[in-house]
Design a protein. Structure first.
Length: 322
């Protein structure tokens, strides 16, 4: 439907400008004809006046004056009219551009509205998972992993709207810090191909790569293009973890710490894409309403709440048993 309206508008714009252009050419042709014809008549009549008797010259002079009037009309009056036609073409073109700009703004508002709607529904779905933990209890480690996977799936299901990911080679993962191994290990991963999800994943020490840096510094690490010199050093992993395809596969990266408190970070939410520009830190002057990092912040907060609730319930159980 939108495409048909756009095609009709384009056709109408072309027809309007085309008609005005043809009208302008038609008037210009008449103007040239009047100037040349009037000049020709005046010249012929002026020359003929020398060949006739004085009693008949008045008639030739009348035709000569008529020719001069034609020249005046063609050169003066129609010039003004022709300029008006040119102005009309320019105004019609400008008006069509204004209509296109207005429609573009309306379309952008529609996109922004859909983005905010999906963000709200995603946050609501994550909140339901958090509330279910309060009812169901802490569960074991496998149950916790299952919950994390469910929460990650909620965000992944909206990746096309929230992050603009369609044919990207994307990666969504949750890394949890193991105090026993002193490593950030992948607890849950989602990728386009199941075989990639099940493949062994790299682990990171605090401070290593973007995952370890986000964990150690307790701050978001976001880059729209990791091939840029200032970003590449930050996102390069240490030699044992470095792979040749990393630069091509992980062009856009967002690593968001999972913090249960200001001083306690349990892991990192990581999302990557092979398409540059998928992630950016939104600034106050940014005209875009959407913020691709915000859904990850909401996910990280929800994961932190689930982990904290589980810890509190475990502590309560231990206290009762003791």
């Amino acid at each position: 439907m939108t495409s048909n309206i756009a095609d009709h508008r384009k056709w109408l714009k072309e027809r309007t400008i085309g008609s005005l252009t043809r009208f302008s050419k038609w008037r210009k042709g008449i103007k040239i004809g009047l100037v040349i014809g009037g000049g020709f008549i005046a010249a012929i009549m002026g020359a003929s006046a020398n060949l006739v008797e004085a009693d008949h010259k008045w008639l030739l002079y009348s035709f000569q004056i008529f020719g001069g009037v034609l020249v005046l009309v063609g050169g003066g009056v129609l010039e003004i009219v022709d300029e008006g036609a040119a102005d009309a073409i320019e105004r019609a073109d400008a008006l069509a551009d204004l209509v296109d700009e207005r429609d573009r703004q309306i379309a952008d508002l529609g996109v922004d509205f859909e983005w905010f709607t999906r963000l709200y529904s995603t946050a609501a779905a994550l909140r339901e998972v958090v509330e279910s933990v309060l009812v169901a209890g802490a569960g074991d480690e496998d149950e916790q992993r299952r919950r994390f996977g469910m929460m990650l799936d909620i965000v992944v299901s909206e990746k096309d709207i929230l992050f603009g990911m369609n044919a990207d080679r994307w990666n969504f993962a949750i890394y949890i810090y193991s105090f026993q191994r002193e490593l950030l290990q992948c607890a849950v991963c989602r990728r386009p191909m199941r075989v990639e999800e099940m493949a062994p994943h790299r682990s990171w020490k605090p401070g290593e790569g973007h995952v370890g840096i986000a964990f150690q510094t307790r701050r978001e690490i976001v880059a729209g293009d990791t091939s840029e010199p200032e970003a590449r050093a930050l996102f390069d992993g240490p030699d044992p973890n470095r792979r040749e395809e990393d630069l091509a596969r992980y062009r856009s990266i967002a690593s968001i710490p999972i913090g249960v408190s200001a001083d306690e970070i349990i892991g990192v939410v990581v999302v990557t894409s092979d398409v540059p520009g998928r992630f950016w830190i939104r600034r106050g002057e940014d005209e875009r309403a959407s913020d691709p990092v915000e859904p990850l912040r909401i996910l990280a907060n929800a994961l932190a709440m689930v982990a904290k609730i589980a810890d509190l319930q475990c502590e309560r159980t231990e206290a009762i048993e003791s």
